[in-house]
Design a protein around this ligand. Structure first.
Ligand SMILES: *Cc1c(COP(=O)(O)O)cnc(C)c1O
Length: 229
């Protein structure tokens, strides 16, 4: 096993706890999704043996292959999902983090119904309204959640965002704060098939700030597995 793996996992877990305690939150309230895109099955198996049980992939093909090799892991789809690939995902993932269109909700619901199950998903919000990123416009989140709440085989379990990449994560604090505000507001509402449980925000570069701003699910790749090439 590469020497770095246990150390890096311990370090990330320590920093997650530290960020939580900074703002008087319980470290155990924050879930870590280890992002394994481009990482080999050999290394992933070692990470699982070291206690990582929630793994995230951003591509459907790669997710399918890794799910087949490691079906007992809780897989998270964190990248954009095309409607024509929904059939490769439903039934394999614990959580889809990237519900970003009505058409996708239709397909997820249809496929889940056909398989006799309910898919849990987070609404991805493009808080910073970046042209290069997917996600529902922040002004449209309320309407979107209400619309998709009509689907019986799709549960909205929270919100997700990918903040702009910046060298100083302090710059994106307002992005996380805004999503937290929307999350809290939706939490007060009683909407069918909507249970605001997860606020998925924070990556290697910005998870500390994201946790300080209320994230309870961080998606971390390179801080654990090293730089992807
Ligand atoms: C790759 C990826 C991550 C993890 O990125 P790191 O910077 O390596 O931690 C998190 N979320 C999404 C959506 C990603 O695509």
């Amino acid at each position: 096993m590469p020497q770095y793996l246990p150390e890096r996992i311990a370090e990330v877990e320590r920093k997650i706890a530290e960020a939580a305690l900074n703002v008087n939150r319980k470290p155990t309230d924050i879930k870590l999704v280890a992002v394994t895109k481009t990482i080999s099955l050999e290394i992933i198996r070692q990470a699982v043996d070291l206690g990582l049980k929630e793994l995230g992939e951003n591509r459907v093909q790669e997710l399918s292959e890794k799910h087949q090799a490691l079906p007992a892991v809780n897989w998270h789809l964190i990248g954009h999902l095309q409607k024509n690939k929904v059939r490769h995902v439903v039934g394999k993932v614990k959580l889809v983090h990237s519900l970003d269109s009505y058409g996708l909700a239709v397909e997820l619901n249809k496929r889940s119904e056909a398989m006799g199950l309910v898919t849990d998903a987070l609404v991805q919000v493009n808080v910073a309204q970046e042209k290069t990123k997917h996600g529902v416009d922040p002004a449209e989140v309320m309407d979107f959640v209400h619309t998709v709440s009509a689907f019986e085989h799709l549960n909205v379990k929270g919100l997700m965002t990918v903040a702009p990449f910046v060298s100083d994560p302090e710059e994106v604090r307002p992005v996380f704060r805004e999503l937290h505000r929307q999350f809290d507001y939706l939490k007060t509402m009683d909407i069918p098939h909507v249970d605001m449980q997860y606020l998925s925000m924070g990556m290697s570069n910005d998870y500390k700030v994201a946790i300080e701003e209320g994230s309870n699910l961080v998606r971390i790749g390179s801080k654990i597995f090293g730089k992807r090439i």
